[in-house]
Design a protein around this ligand. Structure first.
Ligand code: FAD
Length: 318
């Protein structure tokens, strides 16, 4: 179960990897399981799998999560959204996760689906957190989503940032979510370390005490960068946007820049005392591993050449 071990500021840098359930049109879960198994050999603190409420995603995700949990070195953090999820489906997901030995849930609201596919049991993440605590006690470690730039709904159309009131109400709501029973906050992606560091300070200022883990997305493709930054309304510094636009026709060069940028962001975070990094892997093993190697957090050898999966030595923090 994740949580308490992340609270120690003097701890070495640790990390986690997030994966997406493959689209039903793609090959089964074998390819992503293979990636998860190989990346587990680097010693992630936990490994997330994302959730979508539209069938057949829930059953596919529960199957994948169960298989993940059985892999050596994998502590699964199963995402679960509450919109478009009837109570029976939420109960089924939690019971299936328990039966598979999964101890961690990222409790989310999710985004509305048009037209709606099912009656909502809950309309915000806080209700799901309360429900899990009420029905499963302390069995699950619960994480919740945090938004260093505020949730996109708080960012007015045509603006690149939330109003002060929007940002503050988002923070106050995050505090309520944590007090409802969350152990950990994992954040939305960002491209400027100072945005996360300010958010962290602001969270501490209003009394959010649990670990707050920055979500890092190394840029891999132009399409994904556009999709994620537009959906999440991420502020993109001018020099980053210029580089991405200049490299958009060259996937290899863009990927290398993505690693360079993510390394610089992580380095600034680590130098400012952050001890945990959460990577949006997009089911690719290369980028996150390269960033962790650049930081000296994992050793330089290719672990998939090692026959027995093992925990690699975690270096001293930078
Ligand atoms: P909530 O915490 O319920 O609320 C979202 C926002 O609504 C709050 O931040 C706040 O601005 C506002 N709000 C709600 N209630 C109040 C209140 N009482 N007072 C003031 N403001 C309020 N989506 C998926 O579909 N699947 C995934 O697997 C997934 N994984 C994610 C992982 C991470 C780490 C993050 C950061 C996001 C993820 N998302 C995922 C996206 C997420 O579902 C969306 O951002 C969604 O719009 C909000 O979900 P939430 O759990 O943050 O919602």
């Amino acid at each position: 179960k994740i949580g308490p071990a992340l609270a120690d500021d003097d701890a070495p840098v640790i990390f986690s990897f997030e994966y997406c359930t493959p689209k039903p049109s793609h090959a089964g879960p074998e390819a992503v399981l293979d990636t998860i198994a190989r990346m587990a050999a680097y010693g992630p603190a936990f490994s997330d799998v994302t959730w979508r409420p539209q069938p057949p995603y829930p059953e596919n995700t529960l199957f994948l999560a169960g298989r993940m949990q059985s892999l050596p070195g994998v502590e699964t953090n199963l995402h679960l959204t509450s919109l478009s999820m009837p109570l029976a489906s939420i109960d089924h997901a939690l019971a299936t996760a328990r039966a598979a030995g999964i101890r961690n849930i990222l409790a989310l609201r999710g985004d509305p689906i048009e037209p709606p596919i099912a009656e909502d049991a809950f309309t915000s993440a806080i209700d799901l957190v309360r429900y899990i605590r009420a029905n499963h006690g302390d069995y699950f470690g619960i994480s919740v989503a945090g938004y260093p730039e505020a949730h996109p709904s708080k960012i007015p159309e045509g603006s690149d940032r939330a109003t002060k009131e929007g940002y503050e109400s988002d923070l106050a709501y995050l505090k309520e979510k944590v007090e409802a029973g969350a152990d950990l906050v994992i954040t939305q992606l960002f491209f400027d370390a100072s945005i996360f560091l300010k958010f962290l300070d602001d969270c501490r200022r209003i009394g959010i005490k649990c670990p707050i883990v920055p979500g890092i997305m190394p840029i891999t493709t132009y399409r994904n960068f556009k999709f994620m930054t537009e959906t999440c309304k991420t502020r993109v510094p001018a020099e980053v946007r210029e580089r991405v636009e200049a490299l958009k026709g060259d996937n290899e060069a863009l990927g290398a820049y993505g690693v360079e940028l993510a390394t610089a962001i992580c380095k600034e975070l680590v130098e400012n005392g952050v001890r945990m990094l959460h990577f949006y892997t997009m089911n690719k093993e290369g980028p996150a591993v390269k960033v962790l190697r650049n930081l000296g957090v994992i050793a330089g050898e290719d672990v998939w050449k090692v026959t027995i999966p093992r925990q690699l030595k975690v270096h001293e923090p930078l």
